[in-house]
Design a protein around this ligand. Structure first.
Ligand SMILES: Cc1ncc(COP(=O)(O)O)c(C=O)c1O
Length: 419
């Protein structure tokens, strides 16, 4: 299990404040489920006590997902509900990832664990197990008005269409009467989890039909996702901030219509893709290392100044050739030598190299702290520059718009050079 109740947040409601405890994810502590179960419950307990003491309100809500879909699985819902109720909190459970396949007739995790009567709001979407659109919240009558008056989506969105409701109803009737569908789904799910685990993939601690092999390197994750698509397997790469940094996941979703053969094909495709991606990345790393050796030292201030002159000439030519609006901005390139940044200013279609520090014009600055980032700039390698931004070796400051403008002009320049 990898979840906990998060901090108390105060929500304003009708002039008052209403603390809502929201869950966030957290990696499972070593020692597994039982310890985390306790940690979750204790954490919720201390958050609730804090809410009473500090916020001094006694109408807290605890909002949780019954099954978390990024590899962590079912929440310790009995403990959470017991703890919440001990403190008189309202409990809201989102069953988006459990409705339809956990519990008797697919009624969800609350039903499976026998806590339905203690939960004040049970919500599910109609878009997952039911394959339609919209959502429902089940609550006691006295709470329905609260939802109606406080749910923005309820007030400001168009209603679900009759066709969507008819589709959801048809799926609901089928799901609540056809155990075979659920059995098939769980059989394929167990098979998939076993096969992937045996093949060495870390799936987290979950047990549900959303199967999430973890990958720490996000570039590799995206490359695998792309490679799988080329091999006929659709999946999604989930990275920070949806999950923790360095713990990205692929997200495969098992359905009752998938077969064990589909699972085998998917696993083969994943293994094959990963092997190809690893080989490609190794070659790329060797090429880069060789290139770096060949290209030698940091381009230095003179290299950046030379590049800036050529780029400013290109901008001047382009602006002289083109009609239409011209920007008014300054972009600066700083070096770790502590000297003045190299600046390019554009004002009234004139390009000025060594422009003054901007007073009023939109501006951004790129501080190139390593050789790779400076080399990327000096070869107008946009991808390399963006990699530097992600690595923190091309530090971005100032406004976003001039940076986007710069990237656009660099791409155009590179295209022109390549043509
Ligand atoms: C936990 C959870 N709840 C609710 C939803 C809402 O689903 P939808 O907008 O498709 O109705 C989602 C969608 O991914 C979800 O992950």
């Amino acid at each position: 299990m990898a979840r906990r109740a998060g901090r108390a947040r105060r929500l304003r409601r009708g002039g008052g404040e209403h603390p809502v405890l929201l869950q966030t994810t957290k990696q499972a502590p070593e020692g597994g489920g039982e310890r985390l179960r306790l940690a979750v419950s204790e954490r919720l307990q201390s958050d609730l006590e804090l809410a009473h003491r500090v916020v001094n309100y006694n109408d807290e809500s605890v909002v949780i997902e019954s099954v978390y879909s990024m590899g962590e699985g079912a929440a310790p819902i009995e403990d959470l509900v017991r703890t919440a109720k001990k403190h008189g909190a309202l409990v809201f459970v989102d069953e988006a990832h459990s409705f339809g396949f956990y519990g008797p007739r697919g009624a969800g995790l609350c039903a499976e664990r026998g806590v339905t009567d203690q939960v004040d709001f049970i919500m599910t979407t109609l878009s997952k197990a039911l394959g339609s659109l919209g959502g429902v919240v089940a609550a006691r009558e006295e709470h329905v008005a609260l939802i109606k008056s406080s749910a923005r989506a309820y007030i400001f969105q168009a209603t679900v269409s009759p066709a969507d409701i008819a589709a959801a109803l048809a799926a609901l009737r089928r799901l609540s009467t056809d155990e075979a569908l659920r059995e098939r789904l769980w059989d394929t799910t167990r098979y998939m989890r076993q096969r992937f685990t045996d093949a060495g993939y870390d799936l987290g601690t979950g047990d549900g039909p959303i199967v999430t092999p973890h990958f720490s390197d996000k570039d590799k994750l995206y490359a695998i996702c792309h490679g799988l698509f080329e091999r006929g397997v659709q999946t999604a790469a989930v990275t920070y901030p949806i999950v923790e940094t360095g713990r990205g996941r692929l997200r495969f979703i098992c359905s009752a219509s998938h077969t064990r053969e589909d699972v085998d094909r998917t696993l083969e495709a994943l293994i094959d893709t990963e092997r190809a991606v690893d080989a490609e990345r190794e070659t790329e790393a060797e090429r880069r290392a060789a290139g770096e050796e060949a290209s030698g030292a940091h381009p230095g201030r003179s290299g950046v100044e030379e590049w800036a002159r050529a780029f400013a000439d290109h901008l001047q030519e382009t602006l002289a050739r083109e009609d239409g609006p011209a920007p008014d901005l300054v972009v600066s390139f700083g070096l770790p030598d502590g000297g003045e940044p190299v600046r390019i200013g554009v004002r009234g279609r004139a390009v000025e190299l060594g422009a003054a520090e901007p007073a009023d014009a939109p501006s951004c600055s790129l501080v190139l702290t390593d050789r790779r980032a400076a080399s990327a700039l000096c070869s107008s390698d946009v991808q390399g520059l963006l990699d530097g931004v992600l690595r923190g070796t091309c530090e971005l400051q100032g406004q976003v718009e001039p940076f986007i403008w710069l990237v656009g002009r660099l791409v155009e320049w590179q295209r022109g050079v390549a043509a």
